[in-house]
Design a protein around this ligand. Structure first.
Ligand code: ADP
Length: 193
C-alpha cells in the first residue's frame, strides 16, 4: 500500500490534483468534503449533522469525521492505497488516521502540502462557486473562516508530519500540469525512500 495525504488551504487545487494522482498511482480517493456533500444531497443523518458546520465554513467535529473515515476504510480494504484529500484536518484526526492505518499494517507514506497565496485563492473559490453552486464558495466571509480554520487547526498538523520527515511543501501556483509535475517529483522520491 502507498498512502498519500494532500494538504492545502481551500481552493488550492487538491481535488484537481488528486484526480490526476489517482490515475497515475492507481489509488483510491477519499475526499471528506465530497463524502459530506454527497450525504447532504442524499439527506442522510450524517449529511444533516455536517451541514450546519459546512454552511458556516467551520470544520465538522472530529468524532463525526473520524467515524466516517473509519467506515470508508473498512469498506475499501482491497485498495492499493489512498489519497487523503481534506483529511486529516486537525491533529486529533491525524492521530486517528495513524491508528486506523496501523490496523491494516500500513503507514502514511508521503505528505504533500500545496502553498498558494490567499488572495489568489479567494478569487478562485468565488469563481468556482459560480459554477458549482457550493454555498460555502459564494460568500467571502465563509471563505475567510475556512482559511482561519486551516491556519489554526490544520497547519499545526504539517509540523507533525514534518517532524516525521514525511512532508514536502509544493508551490501551488502555475499551470495544473506544472503543479502536477512538482507533486509527482515529491511523491516519487518518497516512494523510493
Ligand atoms: P475546501 O478545502 O475547498 O474547503 P472541502 O471539500 O475539502 O473544500 O471541504 C468543505 C468543508 O467540508 C469544510 O469547510 C468543512 O466544513 C468540511 N470538512 C471536510 N473535510 C473535513 C475534515 N477532515 N474535518 C472536518 N470538516 C471537514
Amino acid at each position: 500500500m502507498f498512502n498519500i495525504i494532500i494538504f492545502g488551504p481551500p481552493g488550492a487545487g487538491k481535488g484537481t490534483q488528486s484526480a490526476m494522482l489517482l490515475e497515475k498511482y492507481q489509488l483510491t480517493h477519499l475526499s471528506t468534503g465530497d463524502v459530506f456533500r454527497a450525504n447532504i444531497k442524499g439527506q442522510t443523518e450524517l449529511g444533516q449533522l455536517a451541514q450546519s458546520y459546512i454552511d458556516k465554513g467551520e470544520l465538522v467535529p472530529d468524532e463525526v469525521t473520524n467515524s466516517m473515515v473509519e467506515d470508508f476504510l473498512s469498506n475499501h480494504q482491497d485498495a492499493n492505497g489512498f489519497i487523503f484529500d481534506g483529511y486529516p484536518r486537525t491533529l486529533a484526526q491525524g492521530e486517528v488516521l495513524d491508528a486506523l492505518l496501523e490496523k491494516s499494517g500500513t503507514p502514511v507514506n508521503c505528505v504533500v502540502a500545496l502553498e498558494v497565496d490567499e488572495d489568489e485563492l479567494v478569487k478562485r473559490i468565488l469563481l468556482r462557486g459560480k459554477d458549482s453552486g457550493r454555498s460555502d464558495d459564494q460568500d467571502e466571509e465563509k471563505i475567510r473562516t475556512r482559511f482561519e480554520e486551516y491556519r489554526t487547526k490544520t497547519e499545526p498538523l504539517l509540523n507533525y508530519y514534518e517532524a516525521q520527515g514525511k512532508l514536502s511543501r509544493v508551490f501551488g501556483m502555475g499551470t495544473i500540469e506544472e503543479i502536477f509535475n512538482r507533486l509527482t517529483t515529491a511523491i516519487d522520491s518518497a516512494q523510493q525512500a
